[in-house]
Write a protein that binds this ligand. Sequence first.
Ligand code: COI
Length: 358
Amino acid sequence: MATRLDLLPIGVTRVAQSRISGVDLSNVPFSSVWSDHVFVAEYRNNAWTNARIQPFAELALLPSVSALQYGLSVFEGLKAHKTNDGSLLLFRPTENARRLQRSAARLAMTAPPESLFLAGLRELVTTDRAWIPPVDQGALYIRPVLFSTDPSVGVKPADRLQFLIFTFPFNAYYTAPVNVIVNENYVRAFPGGTGDIKACGNYAAALLADQHARAAGYQSTMWLDAKERRFVEECGVMNVFFVIAGEVYTPALTGTILPGVTRDSVIRLLRDAGHVVREERVAIADVVRAHQHGSLTECFGTGTAATVSHIGSIRYRDTLIELPPVERRTVGAAVRSQLVSLMTGANADAYGWVERIR
Ligand code: COI
């Protein structure tokens, strides 16, 4: 089986005419244009087959596919950068291939093997290398998606799946510190649920709280735990970090937190830079107390799209926590810069995280 999968050939059909002319790669908002091609593979009769690169275009799907009926869909997010010497760099892509496996398993789906995920990814990014923004002006966002094409309204694990990878250039997800409000009415995840995987439904279920946050004048939601509504879990679509009395705190991976690749990288970089990083439960009351005592000096979120993004303020009930100005925040800014230097090849990679392709 493994041999057969390893040998799956990837056919390439290129666009007749690229859509890139007229796209200003130094000014592309997130999710505003799509690169020319998409990687596609199909799962049927217990095997992955028909791997190919083709022009990015609408899909033909039966209305009954269970991705649409029951949300059998999981995804990933990673980035490619271009270096000054024209090489393409991927950041920890194997971690994404493995997380997709875990996400798929939780929804009783079969993920593409790591070898297929990585081969498709490399081929696609190489094909659309012209879409990667210039050095220091952003990245190519890569979105792998796995969903059921099983045309069954019966509630059952999928027999047929499609795996896609598409990409788009962007400069920044957030361009300014993010103001957030703690939501006590809705939860993002609960023990035994799907909060620790990238199920598409997790993001759908978060949208109403996000809408409420925006209506109240904030950009995003800070999520609390489902049982006690006491402990901070995540912030919008990001993992969250606090700097309190010189030490860094981030919620422990208790099963309701997404094990972010950026989160993991940031923890490692911070520890190697000599910071104490505590992965433990963080009570919102302790965050408020730290703010009142003047010991809360930073809060930032991490994620593929967001990289490391400062939180500007946190509203919790009647308390508005205004974080110090960004110029005074050394921990988040330094780790962001270190991470970006690794991702873009400006700094040597002592971690084996960066994969250089062609
Ligand atoms: C990512 O950062 O890649 C994410 O998955 C968040 C996304 C919903 C923009």
